[in-house]
Design a protein around this ligand. Structure first.
Ligand code: PEP
Ligand code: MG
Length: 846
């Protein structure tokens, strides 16, 4: 006894159809019907109904069939909540049987009738009855009539029965098999991988067929109004005569001459536009209506049956990131969606992709190594294994990719000379990753390679070896290295991008600054419309050119006066750095962090380097190696760096403060007065701040005295140790601002080395120990708690305190949301991530 089941609804203008009960396709079809488009009769089965079908509940198929009138042909298509979650393939021509075949032979001709029957037998046998597909495949040159007969015979051979003739039975079987396919394990795992919940439902759509086969102009196709790659307005699509469903999309070009393959005018052959201008015009108008009323660029699926147009379906035009941005802005410019919605429609992260050259995803790619995607974009060049060779490549104008086990400050020049960086070790905040992101150079770290520096080879996981000079492509967005030169896409910074960013800036309420160390970075920061520099890592200025030598002289100075002499020579260099930064950033705040790294980083790490240095300084090699040993630490990350160095060798910070103040006076002569911000790194105790503040105030007083010029400055503290966050109340008494350095804070909160964590991070994330790499995504629960405590305690002690983040997390949309909720004033990130941060911040307001 068949019991009726609830839940099939004829789609009408007013019918209770919703995305979360009947799926996206059902809802979209209802919208098309409301636009009065010629949509054939359509019935939607709810998630609930489909679920019951899968469980074997029977229902009254005859009453469902009756909706479609006398002897209809039907299609069934899936309708999941999110189209990305997939679903079983469509089944067409349900209702074909011997009687229908005989009728259609009269009305549509034997060829069309044979085709329709054959196709149905094929898909029913394979997808519903699960018979071997090979039995139902025939050569394309076999006459259709013969193929049909062979298919019916094969069916009989396999099942021992004739092909089912009852349309109600056919429909019932199709619906049930599609419902079951959705509940199968493979399908469930596949959609869960795409983010679908475990209990995601499937709706089904039953629709009357409009036959694209038969007399007169008959065929099927798709049409859209934009180019999917660029988003530029352009009528695009496919059309095929004597075809059904989405067949036109997969049909090989150059098929039979009487089957028009082009939708729009095309030099290669006839087109629907020329052959049927009226139908074409109507289609374009209908597509325009869809765009305006569905407020989205749609791809419309249509059939022409004997000259009569039917609209079967419409889906969001699949698009590249670049096209997505242009489409959103264009829709807002045309008044179809509000600006706020355009802002929301562009995923903030997709901007990084647009602002870098990219490896073309449609090109050929031979992946030879996988690692961590440390800095986005694509780069192609020849492999080099050290900085000297990189510089010589650059001098010759030949792009190269620097391949290192890991990078150290000594590699800076080589990194600047390379178009991409690949390392064997390291994680997202390793030296290579941070510097590369700052420079906007694609970088992959922790890659599955083995480097042999002496042999100058790079060994791949499969044992193959690459030598210096071989061509490699880096995909820093995917974290992959590809063999040879891959196809590239250029960066985009067009009207649509600028417009969107302008709208975003108009509504966001948290500041975005850039981390920038050099004039080049600063120029980039301005270009990306950062509201100032949030972190200038001054130590990066000491690795440049002849400064390294002077720096080393300072380190080697045995007597106080020798040290002072070297420092006096560093002063004008630092001063000119700052003058340049202040000029470039004119009118905007510049936050300069006093010297941070341990001194041994300025000394060579190899014996050869030590020998060169001994020659340069005219010292015995033993002196040099002894000094290197003396300075080297067991755990430099927790050793004499940051303010510890500043307190042990106060003359270094004094020199930097003087350089900053003198540059302030100089830069203020030519433009707006500069108010520099000076930041003390790696603080853990209030007394450290007091000592440094006293010293810097004294330098300021001295400079004012000497020059007669007046200036102000703001002194702040970088919160990078858990203790500084906990003691933020005391610390804020001597600080105008607190800027959280979440790289070190994460490292110290977890006790996780930022340079070594890459080795086990994958295992940790895969096994769910960490939901994500905490150097990548701020750990809200632990490190985030320290941020909140620090901000609260700091503000309680000093209500006008500025609070910011300047670690790598500053450019991460989720972390920005966290900081905004915690009341932070601004975030600071590498220049290339500034646009992402600006857009992400705006999206939080909408
Ligand atoms: C930090 O620790 O978060 C930071 C910004 O400083 P650095 O990365 O230079 O240690
Ligand atoms: Mg730090």
């Amino acid at each position: 006894q068949e019991s009726d089941i609830l839940g099939f609804t004829r789609i009408r203008r007013v019918a209770p159809i919703a995305v979360n009960t009947h799926g996206g396709r059902a809802k979209c079809l209802q919208r098309l019907i409301r636009l009065d488009l010629p949509v054939p009769e359509t019935v939607a089965l709810s998630f609930d109904a489909v679920h019951r079908l899968a469980e074997g509940q029977s229902f009254d198929k005859k009453s469902l069939l009756r909706v479609f009138g006398e002897a209809p042909l039907l299609s069934v298509r899936p309708s999941s909540e999110d189209p990305d979650w997939g679903g079983p393939g469509a089944i067409l021509n349900i209702g074909m049987n011997d009687a229908r075949h005989a009728e259609l032979t009269q009305t549509h001709g034997p060829d069309a009738a044979d085709q329709l029957y054959l196709r149905f037998v094929q898909s029913y046998a394979v997808h519903v009855e699960r018979l071997d597909p090979e039995l139902f495949e025939f050569d394309t040159d076999m006459p259709v009539g013969e193929a049909l007969k062979a298919a019916l015979d094969a069916h009989e051979d396999e099942t021992g029965e004739g092909f089912p003739q009852d349309p109600a039975h056919q429909l019932g079987q199709v619906l049930r098999s599609m419902a079951r396919a959705w509940e199968g394990t493979t399908a469930r795992l596949l959609r869960q991988a795409k983010g679908a919940p475990a209990d995601a439902g499937l709706g089904l759509i039953v629709q009357a067929m409009s036959l694209g086969l038969g007399p007169g102009e008959s065929g099927a196709g798709v049409i859209q109004l934009v180019d999917p790659g660029t988003g530029a307005p352009q009528v695009k699509g496919r059309y095929k005569r004597q075809a059904q469903g989405r067949e036109a999309l997969s049909a090989p070009t150059g098929a039979a001459a009487d089957e028009v393959m082009y939708l729009t005018r095309d030099a290669r052959g006839t087109s629907l536009e020329e052959a049927q201008p009226k139908i074409f015009e109507t289609l374009v108008e209908m597509s325009r209506l869809c765009r305006t009323r569905l407020r989205e660029e749609m791809q419309v699926e249509f059939t022409i049956a004997g000259g009569k147009l039917a609209i079967l379906d419409a889906v969001r035009v699949p698009r590249s990131s670049r096209a997505a941005l242009r489409i959103a802005v264009q829709l807002a410019e045309d008044g179809i969606i509000p600006r706020e919605e355009a802002i929301l429609r562009v995923p903030a992260r997709s901007l990084t992709e647009l602002l870098h050259q990219q490896v073309d995803p449609s090109g050929k790619r031979e992946v030879i190594a996988k690692g961590i995607a440390a800095s986005p974009g694509g780069a192609m060049g020849r492999i080099v294994f050290n900085s000297t060779v990189a510089q010589s490549y650059e001098a010759r104008g030949e792009p190269c990719i620097l391949v290192r086990r890991e990078t150290t400050p000594e590699d800076i020049r080589g990194m600047h000379s390379s178009v991409g960086i690949l390392t064997e070790r390291g994680g997202v905040t390793s030296h290579a990753a941070v510097i590369a992101r700052g420079m906007g150079v694609p970088c992959v770290v922790g890659a599955s390679i083995r480097i042999n520096i002496r042999e100058k080879t790079l060994e791949l996981a499969d044992g193959r070896k690459l030598e210096e000079g071989e061509v490699l492509t880096l995909d820093g967005s995917a974290g992959e290295a590809l063999l040879g030169a891959a196809k590239m896409l250029p960066p985009v910074k067009d009207h649509w991008y600028l417009q969107l960013m302008d709208w975003a800036d108009g509504i966001r309420d948290i500041g975005v600054r850039a981390n920038a160390d050099t004039p080049m970075d600063a120029a980039m920061a301005r270009d990306f419309k950062a509201q100032g520099i949030g972190l200038c890592r001054t130590e990066h200025m000491f690795f440049e050119g002849d400064r390294l030598t002077v720096m080393r002289e300072m380190i080697f100075a045995a007597k106080q006066e020798d040290r002072m002499e070297a420092i006096a020579r560093l002063l004008p260099m630092q001063r000119s750095d700052f003058i340049e930064l202040f000029r470039i950033m004119e009118g905007l705040p510049v936050c300069i962090r006093l010297f941070d790294p341990p001194l041994h980083e300025f000394l060579p790490s190899t014996r050869e380097g030590a020998k060169e240095l001994a020659e340069a300084l005219d010292l015995p090699l033993s002196d040099v190696t002894r000094r290197i040993e003396w300075l080297s630490e067991f755990n430099p990350m927790l050793g004499m760096r940051g303010v510890r160095l500043g307190i042990t060798f106060p003359e270094i910070y004094a020199m930097q403060a003087r350089a900053i103040f003198e540059a302030t006076i100089e830069a203020s002569k030519h433009g707006d007065p500069v108010v520099p911000e000076i930041m003390i790194p790696l603080v853990s105790a209030q007394r450290e701040v007091e000592l440094v503040k006293t010293q810097i105030d004294a330098v300021a007083a001295a400079v004012r005295n000497e020059t007669g010029a007046n200036f102000t400055y703001r002194l702040g503290v970088m919160v990078e140790t858990p203790r500084a966050a906990l003691r933020a109340g005391d610390i804020a008494q001597n600080a105008a601002f607190l800027s959280f350095g979440t790289n070190d804070l994460t490292q110290m909160a977890y006790g996780l080395s930022r340079d070594d964590a890459g080795r086990f991070m994958n295992a940790y994330v895969q096994q769910g120990v960490f939901p994500e790499d905490p150097f990548h995504m701020l750990d809200f629960e632990g490190v985030g708690e320290l941020l909140k405590i620090g901000a609260e305690r700091g503000r309680a002690a000093r209500p006008d305190l500025t609070v910011a983040v300047c670690g790598e997390h500053g450019g991460n949309p989720e972390s920005i949301a966290f900081c905004r909720a915690a009341g932070f004033d601004y975030v600071s990130c590498s220049p290339f991530r500034v646009p992402v941060a600006r857009l992400a911040a705006a999206q939080l307001v909408v």
